[in-house]
Design a protein around this ligand. Sequence first.
Ligand SMILES: Cc1cc2nc3c(=O)[nH]c(=O)nc-3n(C[C@H](O)[C@H](O)[C@H](O)COP(=O)(O)OP(=O)(O)OC[C@H]3O[C@@H](n4cnc5c(N)ncnc54)[C@H](O)[C@@H]3O)c2cc1C
Length: 309
Amino acid sequence: MRKPPSPDISHSCVRYNVPLAPLVTWGVGGAARIMFTPRTEEDLSRAVSWIYSNGADFFVLGRGSNVLISDAVFEIPVINTVLMSAITVRESGDTVYIDCLAGTHIKEVLALSVKNGWSGLECVSGIPGTVGGAVAGNAGSKTGSIGSSVESIVTLECDGSRAEWSGKEIEWGYRSCPLFGGEKRIAESVTFRTRQSSRDEVARLVAETMRGRKFQPVSARTAGCVFKNPPGNSAGKLLDEAGCKGISVGGARVSESHANFIENYSGSARDILSLALLCRKRVLEKFGTYLDFEVKMAGGWGVYPDAGE
Ligand SMILES: Cc1cc2nc3c(=O)[nH]c(=O)nc-3n(C[C@H](O)[C@H](O)[C@H](O)COP(=O)(O)OP(=O)(O)OC[C@H]3O[C@@H](n4cnc5c(N)ncnc54)[C@H](O)[C@@H]3O)c2cc1C
């Protein structure tokens, strides 16, 4: 395999032919031809500049808990943010601002809030992933979505320029943020806005959120909900009523406890996608409802034109 030209950045940030399967919760996917793992904003800048000067797009990978990466070689450069982890806190009256680098684990930010009785992030209780991934997908639960607690986001554009976005001016969608979705922008840091509350109240809201997750499988390899809920309906309920629970393709199986979760035992990305498409077909045939993917497809899915959403 031909090695791309060596990027002029600190050697520890760059690796070639990196298997991605161990880096995603489904445990599937091909190898990245080149992967950057920056630790600091400066590392990230240099990686993006190198990618830009070589005329490429890039794919951002956080903790891989919401992506289905194809089995093929991942041709475009991957930027894995997981080492870009740092939290600082500023207080102003009753408001507590939490500044995080994008690779910070959202669980760490929540744990800090719970410990100090800062309210605002309880809706992400039990959700794995990085701050950047949570913001890019407006992660959340029945008790709310993370976008409503975002004060600001600093992004790095593919040409190396930075931009700061006010959270209140972003038109957050259901499991989406309009800033992201292409392959030309990365969230570098995020500031959350929380407010002083009490530990008991924050713990109560965390417990309420966790109650809504009781049917989600926790011990199997999954990537959260495969499909978004269609307006006014539940994707899990439609999938269940279409008889999807327990069906399998290769080593991938629809969870018996929550029909919108696909568990991977020994399957490939292709098995998972084939199973997801089969489930979508069943729901379409039974209810006339087309389910949109919540998980993001990444890598070369050429043989599956339906998967490129
Ligand atoms: C058991 C389980 C339960 C889950 N439950 C929920 C739930 O209740 N609610 C929910 O909303 N989600 C849930 N998820 C899905 C997932 O945890 C969230 O979507 C999470 O926020 C993804 O973060 P990540 O770092 O893993 O992102 P990744 O999976 O690595 O990436 C997801 C997307 O975000 C983009 N991205 C990541 N980082 C950045 C960045 N810095 N800048 C720009 N784009 C970026 C990626 O390019 C990709 O398109 C669950 C997942 C699992 C495994």
